[in-house]
Design a protein around this ligand. Structure first.
Ligand SMILES: [Zn+2]
Length: 270
């Protein structure tokens, strides 16, 4: 499932590649992914693509006066084509541009393509509830600590809740907790100031490292190429039974609520 690094990379590539292109034709083969009828969605024809931004697992493409909101769900491909020759047979949405290039969206399972007037964005149920993106400059160590100071639950639950901080899923939550030596079930009121600072720093380090490697290896970018961030870069995530990189204790896989966690039982003592 794409998380913040993959979505941030797509947003950057989309801005660079698509900005200024004019939409000539749209075809939707899965109208259920839209928030309006396929007929109404046709109003994007003739519009010019502007910047794309990332928030949580959503892409926001400015088609003034509308915003095109894309969520790839459990995965899926959002691919740019220089011409029609490389357009796949199966897709949920295809946009042709005046210059004969194209964009296709293919979901593995299910995703969303919503069209919302910019002024109505605050009323868009899902995206309006998203918290500050994990790599946003405004999410300083101080602000992070302040957000935590009013909470009571387990730290991992807080990090995964997209209404608090958006963009961290179960893949990228593992290594920051390990780096900060914090057990995922630690209750927030027991965290010390240095632990909160270490966690804030570790989140940025892990996410930025993945962005530098082009995102996860099993996710594809706008050009259909896979990222190169893979298991050899993970510290404890998905490394059950392997030695901890710090103390050599075997890494354990444990259940934490509805998700699995990978921890070093020695470094991340509860
Ligand atoms: Zn260890």
């Amino acid at each position: 499932m794409p998380e913040l690094p993959e979505i941030a990379i797509l947003a950057k590539q989309m801005t660079k590649q698509l900005k200024g292109k004019r939409i000539a034709d749209v075809k939707v083969t899965q109208p259920k992914c839209l928030n309006i009828s396929a007929r109404k969605f046709q109003r994007i024809v003739g519009k010019t693509i502007n910047d794309t931004a990332a928030k949580g697992k959503w892409l926001f493409t400015n088609l003034h006066p509308d915003i095109l909101l894309i969520n790839l769900g459990m995965g899926g491909d959002l691919i740019y084509h220089k011409n029609e020759a490389t357009i796949p047979q199966k897709y949920q949405l295809r946009i042709l541009f005046k210059d004969e290039s194209a964009l296709t969206i293919s979901f593995f399972w299910f995703g969303y393509v919503h069209l919302v007037p910019e002024k109505d964005l605050p009323k868009h149920g899902i995206t309006s509830k998203l918290g500050i993106p994990a790599l946003d400059k405004e999410l300083t160590a101080e602000r992070f600590a302040k957000m935590l100071s009013s909470r009571r639950g387990a730290v991992k639950t807080f990090l995964l809740n997209q209404a608090n901080i958006s963009g961290i899923g179960n893949v990228y939550v593992q290594d920051p907790l390990f780096k900060a030596k914090i057990h995922p079930l630690r209750l927030i009121p027991t965290l010390t100031k240095p632990e909160m600072q270490a966690l804030h720093r570790s989140i940025r380090e892990v996410l930025n490292q993945s962005v530098a490697f082009g995102g996860l290896r099993y996710e594809r970018n706008l050009y259909g190429r896979n990222g190169s961030y893979g298991p050899e870069h993970f510290l404890v995530a998905y490394k059950t039974g392997k030695p901890c990189p710090v103390c050599r204790t075997r890494i354990a896989k444990i259940r934490t609520g509805s998700t699995a966690s990978y921890i070093c039982p020695h470094c991340q003592n509860l």
